[in-house]
Design a protein around this ligand. Structure first.
Ligand code: NAD
Length: 380
């Protein structure tokens, strides 16, 4: 029996990505699986229905038929409660689950005995790199943030020597040099800017320098468990604030990416610092969705203050939907290779380290401890 893998059209506002692309569909159908794509699912990412059909997929117009007949559902955004209600018991859903903000959906998946794998829970180990959707989408976001900064900056980024005079290169500052920050650094460098970067993790310094950017040093090492940042002490915060503020004041474009998983984003740029910035400077706050790294950021909006433009973009990967979908789709293809064995059957036990870590809901139980705790607090 072929495994029926369904891909619904993403309905969240502003979401243009699709969970699979024709290239991956072709590989999956060759392996004997049946791929059902909801009509128009790829339109926002410029993969029209006919390309999916040519790759061997079946286009399904009815959402009910699609979700009801699927064995596996691939998505980008978490399903809604209504979508979960269309799934049959035992269906496997794979995608970003953003559990903290979707407890009602998680509870419904538990109650309907749907199995959910959350891609954000895939461990960041070497073997899981090809399935690391957080990284692939952060790469897309970092690139897009740098382009957005350049587009909103009233200056050239590279140095120019012209008959009309010499133009000094722009200075771009990146705060937070994780996956997105490093991509923003690389992109701003390619555009010819002088790039400075800062991260609380000292280990990031080497990566920043290898991209040709200057790493701002502070006598603090705030690397916590698993390579993620820990929270800083009040004294450390004050020192950091001083150094960062001076760098912000000399920058033409500031891109902030600082995040601490599961917590509100740290405040790195205050109102007072903004008042010291150059007129025409641009801030791209990539942490807008988790509270913002800049005090004046408004998620989804552009705010002007003292001649400085502060952008709080949401869902940056959706702006580069063609390639972010392609990368995401490849992540899912690798994930499916763990879930489906060589004979084309879904594995019986999710004992593989990667499957076990990303298993959010299964057989009527929430398997992820922190989500289970949140649910029991909320009593859903
Ligand atoms: P993230 O999105 O969680 O955070 C972005 C960056 O902001 C991080 O580098 C963090 O250190 C930094 N940050 C947090 N607070 C800050 C502050 N107050 N000031 C300045 N910077 C601050 O990060 P991410 O991109 O998901 O990466 C997190 C870690 O995981 C990194 O160490 C990265 O190298 C690692 N990683 C490993 C793998 C792998 O081994 N497969 C893959 C991806 C990422």
């Amino acid at each position: 029996m072929p495994v029926i893998i369904a891909v619904p059209k993403e309905l969240a506002p502003g979401e243009r990505r699709v969970a699979t692309v024709p290239e991956v569909v072709q590989k999956l159908t060759k392996s004997g699986h049946e791929i059902w794509i909801e009509h128009d699912a790829g339109t926002g990412a410029y993969y029209p229905d006919n390309l999916f059909t040519a790759a061997g997929a079946k286009i399904v117009s009815s959402r009910t038929e699609l979700l009801n007949g699927a064995r596996i559902v691939l998505c980008v955004q978490p399903p809604t409660v209504d979508e979960v209600d269309l799934l049959t018991e035992g269906t496997i859903v794979i995608g970003f689950m953003n559990a903290t903000n979707n407890l009602e959906t998680i509870a419904r998946m538990r109650d309907r005995k749907v199995t959910a794998f959350a891609l954000e829970l895939v461990p960041r180990i070497t073997r899981a790199q090809s399935m690391d959707a957080l990284s692939s989408q952060a790469t897309a976001a970092g690139y897009t943030a740098a382009i957005l900064g350049a587009d909103n900056c009233p200056k050239f980024l590279p140095m120019l020597t012209t008959a009309a005079g010499t133009i000094r290169p722009a200075t771009v500052l990146i705060l937070g040099a994780g996956v997105a920050g490093l991509m923003a650094i690389a992109t701003a460098k390619r555009l010819g800017a002088i790039v400075e970067a800062y991260d609380v993790r000292r280990a990031a310094g080497e990566q920043v320098r290898s991209l040709g950017a200057r790493f701002l040093e502070l006598e603090i090492n705030a690397e916590g468990q698993g390579g993620y940042a820990r929270e800083l002490t009040p004294e450390e915060k004050a020192k950091e604030q001083q150094m960062v503020s001076a760098a912000v004041a000399r920058a033409d474009i500031v891109i902030t990416t600082a995040a601490i998983p599961g917590r509100k984003a740290p405040l790195l740029i205050t109102k007072e610092t903004i008042a010291t910035m150059r007129p025409g400077a641009v801030i791209i706050d990539m942490a807008a969705e988790s509270g913002g790294n800049c005090e004046l950021t408004q998620a989804g909006k552009t705010v002007g203050e003292h001649g400085v433009m502060i952008l709080g973009p949401q869902n940056l990967p959706a702006r580069i939907s063609f390639h972010s979908s392609q990368m995401y789709s490849k992540n899912l293809q690798s994930f499916l290779a763990l879930l489906i064995d060589k004979d084309g059957a879904i594995v019986r036990e999710f004992t593989d380290e990667i499957l076990a870590a990303s298993l959010l809901v299964h057989a009527g139980e929430v398997r992820h401890g922190p989500t289970r705790d949140l649910l029991s607090g909320g009593k859903l």
